[in-house]
Write a protein that binds this ligand. Structure first.
Ligand code: EPZ
Length: 430
């Protein structure tokens, strides 16, 4: 089984290039099926989730050509059915964007209920409420979400919880609806804005994305476009905390610093230096790190997708820190693994109370999900000795070439497949 083998202790130093945002790419790839004209999408990250989504799109007839590793050419004109029930699609959350996109274009869809990372209950009631408000009949049958509509009519939709997925799905279903739709209490995440920009470049009429009120005037048809996806805020944040925890000096390049403000603020609070330029952020951790408190919130608050990475850093910072997870209830599953590495953390409900220790020690651990897995990698980079991490398939869902990018910053990390390869790594790095 593939593992990461890490020998910790090297400060990360240098520059790292950030790729396209996975969660924006998932929404935009699904949206690309809403026009019969050709769409070219640039800066698509080559990660498992985007590849699985494209495989699902191909299974219903969408033509997808990879022009290069990060550019895809999509033509949805040959779509020949609206049923996606293959097992593989259950592995990803974003399969549900195909419900919004197919319903919006063909007025019907049948898609397997979504899976995704095990980070807590992940209901879809707000998606269903939004679709129904637009006149779409929604049923759950035999593990599939089945939709059908005679007409899709614009509506005023108030979201009871701020949901990225439901906001995106409703935008997709409403973009070609008759009349106007307003989404109140909408999610404001950068990928919601990126989707709106993409759809507008295809001829949609969406205003207000990035605020809590999105206004959509339905258009009859969308046309082709060429569009580049925004940089991945969470990949960037992960490298920023990797710099902090290893006492390094890393410049993350190709980012939008505005999207990283909540992350930069926390790094400043714990004693790092953060320098911003137009499209890069440099993090230097020259002084001892100190405790802080953090609560995850929808954008522009501190992202839940960065909660494990900050916790791993706080567990090596002086004093007592409190981390409150307010979005997903099951996002502390990495804590047991971190305790094996010497961390002092107690979880009570949705709060982790962290007493900083001076050192982690390497251990054999398992990635419980995508972001927690990445956080455990950065813990391994700071630990004394060897850490091995199993289940790296989770990490590969959302990080392209993670270990290779870390190697370029001076990390001793390799993917190993066998005991023998692990021994070789131990000898080489010892
Ligand atoms: C998106 O998930 C991201 N996934 C997640 O990224 C991210 O953690 C999350 O947003 C929050 O930022 C994708 O973009 C593919 P939500 P999503 O709907 O859309 C509740 C990663 O690591 N809710 O914003 O599934 C829900 O339970 C991942 O890249 C309802 O109650 O999240 C949660 O408490 C993991 N009813 C809150 O809303 C609904 O119908 C926010 O969830 C929908 C959601």
């Amino acid at each position: 089984m593939e593992q990461y083998a890490i020998r910790g202790g090297n400060p990360l130093v240098g520059e790292v290039e950030i790729g396209g945002a996975k969660n924006a790419a998932l929404a935009i790839l699904a949206a690309a099926i809403m026009t019969d004209e050709t769409v070219i999408i640039e800066n698509v990250p080559d990660v498992r989730d985007t590849n699985v989504l494209m495989q699902a799109m191909e299974s219903i007839g969408v033509q997808i050509e990879r022009i290069d590793r990060h550019t895809v050419k999509i033509n949805a004109q040959p779509i020949n059915n609206v049923v996606i029930e293959k097992d593989f699609i259950k592995k990803i959350r974003a399969s549900y964007y195909l419900i919004g996109a197919l319903s919006g274009k063909y007025k019907k869809a049948m898609v397997a209920l979504p899976g995704g990372c095990n980070i807590g209950l992940r209901p879809i009631d707000q998606h269903i409420k939004g679709l129904r408000a637009l006149g779409v009949e929604v049923k759950i049958e035999h593990g599939l979400i089945v939709t059908e509509a005679e007409r899709i009519k614009g509506s005023h939709i108030y979201m009871d919880v701020v949901s990225v997925g439901a906001t995106i799905n409703i935008m997709l279903a409403a973009v070609m609806a008759e009349g106007r739709t307003t989404i109140e209490n909408a999610a404001k995440e950068p990928h919601v804005v990126d989707l709106a920009n993409f759809l507008n470049s295809c001829g949609a009429n969406i205003k207000g994305a990035g605020t809590d009120m999105i206004k959509i005037r339905g258009v009859a048809k969308l046309h082709g476009t060429q569009y580049a996806i925004i940089p991945d805020q969470i990949e960037a944040g992960t490298f920023m905390f990797a710099a902090a925890v290893t006492k390094g000096d890393v410049t993350v390049k190709n980012v939008i610093p505005k999207h990283l403000e909540s992350i930069s603020s926390k790094l400043l609070e714990i004693g790092c230096e953060v320098e911003e330029s137009d499209d890069a952020v440099r993090v230097v951790a020259a002084k001892p790190l100190v405790h802080t408190h953090v609560k995850t919130l929808p954008y522009p608050g501190f992202p839940t997708d960065m909660q494990p990475q900050i916790a791993v850093t706080l567990a090596l910072s002086q004093g007592t820190s409190i981390v409150t997870e307010s979005i997903f209830e099951n996002r502390f599953r990495y804590v047991d693994e971190l305790i094996r590495m010497g961390a002092n953390i107690k979880v009570e409900g949705n709060t982790a109370i962290i007493d900083g220790v001076s050192q982690y020690t390497g251990a054999s651990i398992t990635a419980p999900d995508l972001r927690a897995g990445a956080a455990l990698v950065i813990a391994g980079l700071a630990a004394e000795g060897i850490t091995t991490i199993d289940d790296i398939k989770y990490i590969e869902r959302g990080y392209e070439d993670f270990h290779l990018k870390l190697q370029l910053l001076g990390a001793q990390i390799e993917k190993v497949n066998t005991e023998r390869e692990l021994q070789k790594f131990n000898l080489k790095t010892g």
